[in-house]
Design a protein around this ligand. Structure first.
Ligand code: FES
Ligand code: FE2
Length: 349
């Protein structure tokens, strides 16, 4: 018998480190340059990314199998990553392909490192973080806007000093916009009172204001897929912002560790061709600073919440989205931990 690892604290600790079993954006595509490895930390684990000769992204643990130096300090050679310390070279499967200082070294051909599936999509690199119940990467199914010709999308990435869970909770709480962002350009409108309605969808749920639509940030769709968690919301654009309807945000919150995370926001607009060009220009010239100002308001507020605030929270009707999302995440985490426990039992049987 193994200890019960599915108890409440174990589940919370597991979630806090960073939920696994998901494709997660880990950096912008441009950060992984030809010829140079790039180190990142995701869900408490150090990873190194690089591009092979075809430009495809490879990802393994950022740990040299020789004596543990970071591979991200090394260089890319023939599509593999070579450690700067003594030159040990590893391929994208985590196999040692070369020990240059020692001819016919027995380490060659061994595979000591975990490798991770990685893909470029919509300007970011996504990595699959395996869970015990889903060790193999499921099909990569990004939000439809990312692969549609009708949408113009581009990512921005921020690092915030709080749990990724705070960002997800924030997205499941549209009502905060009318207060926290009340001084902002597009989020100053509408009523400051409402009730919230939650509706289940195939892949999660929507949370929306009952009496207001298309005025402010009035709804969020949370997608809690088998392979991805993200949110989608629209911010109405003022008159004069050109064709393409509202400004859409698709967001991911990805744990670096318990205390820090990356928030990724894709700015999306349904425009093509020249309209897409002019929207990009308009965005960069006039709107980007305002958007960053709003994100800063979120950052400051979320970073002010103590990590153990949940013990004293007093939720009310508007928090039905937050509660639902938390339940869904806990359910996933329990499944992962059960699979982990079963694997351990099998090993020790
Ligand atoms: S530590 Fe990497 S080659 Fe020695
Ligand atoms: Fe916000």
């Amino acid at each position: 018998m193994t200890a019960n690892v599915s108890g409440r604290d174990a589940v919370e600790d597991y979630i806090n480190r960073g939920l696994l079993g998901l494709w997660a954006p880990v950096c912008k595509s441009v950060q992984v340059k030809e010829g140079a490895p790039y180190g990142i930390r995701i869900a408490g684990e150090n990873l190194v990314l690089w591009r092979d000769a075809d430009g495809a992204v490879k990802c393994v643990e950022d740990f040299c199998p020789h004596r543990g130096a970071k591979l991200s300090l090394g260089e890319v050679q023939n599509g593999n990553v070579a450690c700067r310390y003594h030159g040990v070279t590893v391929d994208g499967d985590g196999t040692i392909v070369r020990v240059p200082a020692m001819p016919e070294c027995a380490l060659e051909g061994r595979r000591p490192l975990k490798s991770f599936k990685a893909v470029d999509c919509a300007g970011a690199v996504f990595v699959y973080l395996p869970s015990a119940d889903q060790p193999e990467a499921p099909e990569f199914e990004p939000p439809e806007e990312f692969v549609s010709d009708e949408w113009e999308v581009f990512p921005c990435m921020t690092r915030w000093d709080c749990s990724y869970r705070a960002s997800l909770d924030n997205a499941a709480d549209p009502m905060h916009a009318s207060y926290l962002h009340a001084d902002s350009f597009t989020l100053a409108y509408g009523s400051k009172q409402d009730t919230m309605r939650l509706e289940r969808t195939d892949k999660g749920f929507t949370i929306e204001r009952v009496n207001q639509r298309g005025v402010n940030f009035d709804w969020t769709e949370l997608v809690v897929d088998p392979g991805m968690i993200y949110f989608r919301l629209d911010i109405p654009y003022p008159d004069g912002a050109g064709p393409g309807g509202p400004f859409r945000i698709i967001g991911f919150a990805v744990a670096i560790d318990e205390e820090t995370h990356h928030s990724f926001f894709w700015r999306c607009r349904q425009v093509q061709g020249v309209a897409a060009e002019s929207w990009r220009f308009l965005y960069r010239a006039f709107l980007e600073d305002r958007h960053w100002h709003v994100l800063e308001q979120d950052r400051v507020m979320l970073e002010s919440i103590p990590s153990d605030a949940r013990r004293r929270e007093m939720l009310y009707q508007h928090d039905i989205g937050v509660s639902r999302l938390r339940q869904m995440i806990v359910r996933k985490a329990k499944d992962h931990l059960k699979a982990q426990e079963a694997a351990l039992d099998q090993k020790t049987a």
